[in-house]
Design a protein around this ligand. Sequence first.
Ligand SMILES: [Zn+2]
Length: 405
Amino acid sequence: MSVQRQQNLLNGNQGNAQRRLKFLYGIELEPFAIKLDVKDAGGEVVRKDFHILLMWEVLHEVQKIQKQFELSMLGPCGVDGPLHFWDNVATSRTHFVNEDPEWAPYRASTVPVDIHVDGIETYSNVPFLSYSWSSSLVSNICSFDLQFPILIVDEDELIWGVTDVQIVEAINFMVLVLGSGVVPEFDHLGRKLTRKLPSGAHIAAGYFGAFHAWTGDLKEKVQEHKFERNYLANFCCEWCIAHKVFAMYNAFNFDEHADWTHTETTMMQYYMTHVGAERSPWAMVRGWSIWFNLLDLLHLLYLGIVKDFVGTVLFVIASFMGPKVFLNDNLKELWTECCAWCKYHKYQHSIKVFSTNGLRWQDDNDYPEMDKRLKGANCKLVFLWLSDKLKNMADANEQLRCPLT
Ligand SMILES: [Zn+2]
């Protein structure tokens, strides 16, 4: 693929992001150019302009409309959301928003920010890395509505240890601005900012933002954080010294008191053993720690074991609905019900009709499971609908047994 074509594709992606924001929220944002060192098709290092969407300008636009601010930033608990959230964080980990006395007056108005890094493959098989952000207070079901793009880069251009660090520097700067609540005079490269939202302007009417967590697939996690202990290595966990081969610290021992459970890595240990370039560039972001890399639930659950679970439950319910010859009719009926549930809850989806083929079931020698191609977001919706349905079925059953209560 030619360099020009790749650049067109990138610009197209960035353009899509802007159009999407305009379509969804009526937000018109002008892109902001940052300088990144990347390698060109010949492997030479070149400094290029990359368009990003400034996080504080997105927040500024979103908070102008109260309903939109609640939906996109505060989540279901509304104005109580941030305080509940930080209180909850304090029960398990230390975080500067809870520890720093200077932050104390602002905890209730600090929106926790998650940064997402996703590998995406376009129709032409070019791997891209997408950086985006969202409020930790909103569900990640409808990522289309709630996740805001920052930047997309072509992975073939990216120089690990250079480009990724520059990207984190830019994100770190934007997060710091969210924390200050005021548009700065200069950008992180020392260039004077001349934007529609001027320097000195308040960003979000008394609201602030602070980094809460990093999320991404296992692959991106290893790349971004340079974890030598990772899912492909024998030492398979960055949080402890679980090992795939050594009997001691056996990673496959799931006993409550397995040896590895006593080997939790502290941040002090991490810093002492990861110096300079060995350290994750995210260490520059205030609030980041290896403990604030969230589990990759999409891959662990919704592209993993939940597919088996959901497939089996669907199959069992459909089997109870009538003789096996009607299995496909029953599955279709369940699908209609699932779609109605999604519509009621205003969840967008592309769940294909349930069928024995879709469950990869031919006869009783097969184990029903959801199609491998089912997207994680769709699988999550089927799972949530089924939990709702099973609960209702259990309640109805209870009432049948106790008609007088
Ligand atoms: Zn571990």
